[in-house]
Write a protein that binds this ligand. Structure first.
Ligand code: NIG
Ligand code: FE
Length: 401
């Protein structure tokens, strides 16, 4: 058994609702982990003096928070789209670029041509940057292939990243309805149902769909999600991102684990999601880059929903690995407080991935932790774009710098 002690913590944010007001701060704190699992979380003076430890980390009064759980990303891609980014900045819309065979299709062309090794290397670089920004678990989607073979290669690359050093823990999601084929829309949907899901289900925990007029209809999404649920996968939906077209109500009806984006969701949609215990995943970076309405942070909380914050890291709508920056953007645009943002970026992310072993710092949970560079926990949402994370522990394994 290996015992780790982290001590001299100025403010320990547990994000544990049992500790009172969010984010459940304990001052002058310490934590102990044994074989990567927390066995003590509390005031340092509550520790037994004679305790023997294998590793001791003195954080010198700085703050400690749960590692971020980034519950929505598309980091397995090749090629790049900076020219499209500049075009959009000059006034061309995301939809216009997609109609001209750009957008997601640009990334599909580059990504489907890549080997698993090339995909793994590209994703690993992004995953390492995520961890250096404090992320200890990341969800990774496929979605840049049309055929199942290419989608499976992306899922294999995501799984290969999991075994590399210095990356967050990885959860995989099959996203077969995202890119659209030239014509043959129905044939694609049918082939996902007939063969794609069976190929993907051992390689991914979740299935996701892009429910949008520029992608797939509610009916197409429903057919694919139901088929996948029947084969043991849990559903997620890219919903109400560019317009309101029923993706949120679909997610509620099917008992999806999360509905993501939701910028165009109405209050009734959010109440339906809350009633069905569907987590609302806010993606404030993508909303800002695309220039639409902000994510409905406060509205979702008022509707009684659990919220998560994620990066959506992808080459089109948000090329960003930083969860602290997403928290800052959520506070600035989505009507939530820094404490709500921190809980959404940790416990909320874990809920959006159905992971009950992380996201809060409590005895019995994984020792997934971000060590801040500052004594004030709030700096991780307040110091916009700041160098706020000094290291992480993933199941007790350290990348301190
Ligand atoms: O979550 N909108 C759909 N999918 C991604 C963007 C993908 C891309 O543009 O490459 C998103 O925003
Ligand atoms: Fe997305």
């Amino acid at each position: 058994m290996s015992r780790l002690l982290v001590r001299n913590i100025g403010e320990l944010c547990t994000c544990d609702s049992e500790r009172g007001d969010a984010p459940g701060v304990v001052k002058s704190a310490a934590l102990i982990a044994e074989d990567g699992v927390l066995t003590y979380v509390g005031e340092e003076r509550g520790l037994t003096r004679s305790l023997e430890v294998d590793t001791e980390i003195d954080v010198d009064g700085r703050s400690v928070i749960p590692g971020f759980v980034d519950a929505h990303t598309h980091i397995v891609w090749l090629g790049e789209r900076s020219a499209e980014y500049a075009q959009r900045a000059a006034g061309v819309s995301y939809e216009q670029i997609a109609l001209g065979d750009g957008g997601i299709a640009t990334t599909v062309r580059a990504t489907t041509a890549g080997t698993v090794d090339a995909l793994t290397a590209a994703a690993a670089e992004r995953a390492r940057r995520m961890r250096s920004c404090g992320t200890t678990t990341v969800e990774v989607k496929s979605g840049y292939g049309i055929d199942t073979k290419s989608e499976v290669r992306q899922l294999e690359a995501a799984s290969a990243v999991r075994a590399l050093p210095g990356v967050p823990d990885i959860v995989t999601t099959y996203l077969p309805l995202h890119a659209t084929p030239d014509g043959e829309h129905d044939k694609h949907v049918q082939s996902v149902i007939d063969t794609g899901i069976a190929e993907a289900r051992d390689r991914a925990t979740f299935i996701d769909v892009f429910c949008d007029p520029m992608a797939y209809s509610v009916d197409e999404c429903e057919r694919v999600l139901v088929a996948a649920q029947n084969q043991g996968m849990r559903a997620k939906v890219h919903a109400e991102q560019r317009s309101r077209n029923g993706g949120a109500l679909l997610a509620a009806r099917l008992g999806a684990v999360s509905a993501d984006h939701l910028e165009h969701a109405e209050d009734g949609d959010l109440r339906s999601l809350a009633a069905a215990s569907v987590v609302c995943v806010l993606l404030p970076g993508a909303a800002l880059v695309l220039g639409g309405p902000p994510p409905p942070g406060r509205r979702a909380l008022e509707a009684g929903a659990t919220i998560a914050i994620a990066t959506d890291c992808n080459p089109g709508t948000c090329f960003c690995e930083s969860m602290p920056l997403m928290m800052s953007l959520a506070v600035a645009t989505a009507g939530i407080t820094p404490a709500q943002a921190l809980v959404a970026a940790t416990a909320g992310g874990a809920a959006a991935l159905s992971l009950s072993d992380r996201g809060v710092l409590r005895t019995g949970k994984r020792c997934d932790v971000a060590l801040l560079t500052t004594p004030h926990w709030m700096d991780c949402a307040y110091h916009m774009g700041g160098d706020v994370v000094g290291g992480t522990l993933v199941a007790g394994e350290s990348t301190l710098r």
